[in-house]
Design a protein around this ligand. Structure first.
Ligand code: CP
Ligand code: NVA
Length: 306
């Protein structure tokens, strides 16, 4: 592993290895604290968008592992205005041991990786959110150790979170269905990749319109905001279009009685998810958020520990 940009860059074995390492590091952390596996290493954190979970979990992961971080906000770098991404990558490569970047365009984090001689981690782009997907599967495995053959239903926007989640589900034998309104499906190239992976791995991939159909076989219901960062001017329209896609008790009652509810957070409570569901007995959303810490550690150790 030299960078962590997209789930699709990794084989099933590599993904399973990261998930096993996350479990080991979590167990070790609660038993006796982590070993200083990243002592002397520094991670630069380049964030063009706000973040609570990704930022804090990466920072704490580095501290727990004996390393250090430098947070760099977008104003500091003024991407493309003050200097090119390529030059930022070349300069940082001489100072630090790795970069985590949250960017608007996926091409920007890829460009950073192309020109950096140190590992680059994608901490969310408009296209995907691979770190989230690792943590999500790790959380599912804690709740349902036999993940093979589980059904996950994603309700809502075919966005960055849905993209990475679909790819990891397809790789690991979890059936994935997504119910989205017309015009808000997964990108055509992503859906085509989903179909390809389904043929390769035997995991089912379904694109649906009706949320009730999607959840009817679901072991896990997953949702995310209707309006992602960078789409704020579409918010009003999206609030109307997505209304029938709210994950509420009525929808949850159509799934298995022991269905798990997931959300990557932040949530707009009362829009894509109701309080009753988010705080109800099926919800594992905070376990999911907390597991970002352990998932980040596994990614960091695989990339930065020599
Ligand atoms: N889920 C997630 O990535 O949260 P943040 O935007 O707060 O990092
Ligand atoms: N889809 C959301 C995820 C936030 C973690 C966004 O991009 O804003």
């Amino acid at each position: 592993m030299s960078d962590f940009l997209s789930i699709d860059d990794f084989s099933r074995t590599e993904l399973e290895d990261i998930l096993e390492l996350a479990a080991r590091l979590k167990q070790e952390y609660f038993a006796s604290g982590n070993r200083p596996l990243l002592q002397g290493k520094t991670l630069a954190m380049l964030f063009e968008k706000p973040s609570l979970r990704t930022r804090v979990s990466f920072e704490m992961a580095m501290r727990h592992l004996g390393g250090d971080v430098i947070y760099i906000s977008s104003g500091e770098i003024s991407r493309g205005k003050r200097e090119s991404i390529a030059d930022v990558a070349r300069v940082l490569s001489g100072y630090v041991d790795g970069i985590v970047a949250r960017v608007f365009e996926y091409a920007h984090v890829c460009n950073l990786a192309k020109h950096a001689s140190i590992p680059v981690i994608n901490g969310l782009s408009d296209f995907n959110h691979p770190c989230q997907a690792i943590s999500d599967i790790f959380t599912i495995m804690e709740m349902r150790p036999q993940i093979q053959g589980l059904h996950l239903a994603f309700i809502g926007d075919g966005n960055n979170v849905a993209t990475s989640l679909m790819l990891i589900c397809m790789r690991l034998g979890i059936h994935f269905s997504i119910a989205s309104p017309e015009g808000y499906e997964l990108e055509a190239s992503v859906a085509a990749r989903g179909m390809e992976l389904a043929a390769e791995t035997g995991s089912e991939f379904q694109q649906l319109r009706d949320p009730a159909t999607a959840v009817s076989q679901a072991d896990i219901i997953y949702t995310d905001v209707w309006t992602s960062m960078g789409q704020e001017e579409e918010m009003e329209q999206r609030q109307q279009v997505f209304q029938p896609y709210q994950v509420n008790m009525d929808l949850v009652s159509k799934a298995h009685p022991d269905v798990l509810i997931m959300h990557d957070l932040p949530a707009r409570r009362g829009e894509e998810i109701t309080d009753t569901v988010a705080d109800g007995p099926h919800s594992i959303i905070f376990q999911q958020a907390h597991n970002r810490l352990h998932a980040q550690k596994a990614i960091l150790v695989r990339l930065l520990a020599q």
